[in-house]
Design a protein around this ligand. Sequence first.
Ligand code: FAD
Length: 458
Amino acid sequence: MSPQPVIVGAGPAGVRAAQTLVAHGLRPVLVDEAPRAGGQIYRRTPANFQRSARALYGFEAGRATKLHLAADGLLHAVDWLPDSLVWNAQGGRLDVLHGLSQTTRQLPYCQIIVATGATDRILPVPGWTLPGVYSLGGAQVALKFQGCAIGKRVVFMGTGPLLYLIAWQYARAGVDVAAVLDSASLADQVAALPALLTQPAVLAKGLYFVAWLRAHGVALHGGARPLRVLGQARVRAVIWHDGEQECELECDAVGMGHALRPETQLADLLGCRFAWAPQQRAHLPERDAAGRSSVTGVYLAGDGAAIMGADAAEWAGELAALTMMGDVGLAVDAARARLLEKKLKHLQRFRTGLERAFPFPQDWAAQAPDELVVCRCEHITAGDLRRTVRESGATEMNRLKALSRAGMGRCQGRMCGVAAAEILAQASGQALEQVGRWRAQAPIKPLPMHLLQSQDSP
Ligand SMILES: Cc1cc2nc3c(=O)[nH]c(=O)nc-3n(C[C@H](O)[C@H](O)[C@H](O)COP(=O)(O)OP(=O)(O)OC[C@H]3O[C@@H](n4cnc5c(N)ncnc54)[C@H](O)[C@@H]3O)c2cc1C
């Protein structure tokens, strides 16, 4: 294979993919915008930090340590590019920004494994732009990476398994967790039990977090609808509805999120075909069971292709690497590939259970008030979006973007895209899948201006 195979993302998927290629005598380039390999769940602290794996990763300490050792063992066998953001892909080349030197360079590829992971799925409420409001993932990164909390008295709200995990991590670290406000109800969770029982150990961990939080006096509210965050210079309180009445809860910080959304921009720039994935409520890059995308030489693995969790990411990374090598005629263990496919398929039932246990709040868009800021970069409200739909007849996401500027700011729609699509579907009376998705644009993430200027110069 020439040039070297490239792997973007050194989380569980990317590390296992790299390990598999190296085991077959190849030397891939492994790129990650983070300074150290590990990805989100096994995110590592700066090298001089001293906290133990147990303190950082709890039940996952053993898995985290194994993945870190695997990543460290690869450093001599791969071309490792840390602090390196892939911000564009075109014509068989990736544009890579090296964060430390603030320089950009091109990396050729023929075979590439995209293992770019996920970010929080954000459904905003009025007041979410106040200082002190973080995404759930952001709250966890602060704790895991920097060893600091987002506030002294924190409310966690939204839904999904991370809600309880992060509340538990905060409470265990000594933070006063004022409450967990989950939009899912107990009935949702009971209905999901048969599917969740297909992974009893994972279910047991989830139940443990809930039991621990209850035992330590943390208020857990199901069927809760966050209404707004109050404050001026900083968060002061959260107003929420418990199904019967409005309640107010004092706090100085909020962590919010409704599960995760795959980071698909790079797959988009690489030309992958997307399709509607009803379970994940998103348009996602198509891939076959072995990890092949619709573009020859482009393989997809881990949460960047569909949210399946860390174990699945490791299996999918290994499988994508085996598939890539098999496709260019290298001898690989076909039985191992089949086993990995089977394991991934088996996990699907559990994934369906999680979606059932923590369902998307379908009425979110209908309840979103006009003054709600949806796109914080450009300060576009739900009312602005609805007016654009009314006045221009926009029915599609990219048209909405062009007419309203929503999604044109620093985050390039990574934070507001989910909410904007929900508002467009509601305002135009269409099904969510019909409004489409924002096409990815380079740069995927912000670049220093001087680099863009040098790209333009002849
Ligand atoms: C903030 C956050 C916290 C999470 N915490 C937990 C947790 O505590 N427990 C749990 O079970 N699950 C957690 N999850 C989910 C879990 O991280 C994933 O299921 C798992 O890590 C998926 O592995 P992955 O290899 O697919 O992606 P990731 O682990 O997300 O790794 C993707 C890697 O790709 C890199 N990357 C992405 N785009 C680019 C680019 N353009 N250029 C260069 N590098 C790039 C990222 O820096 C990252 O290191 C979390 C998810 C998020 C988003």
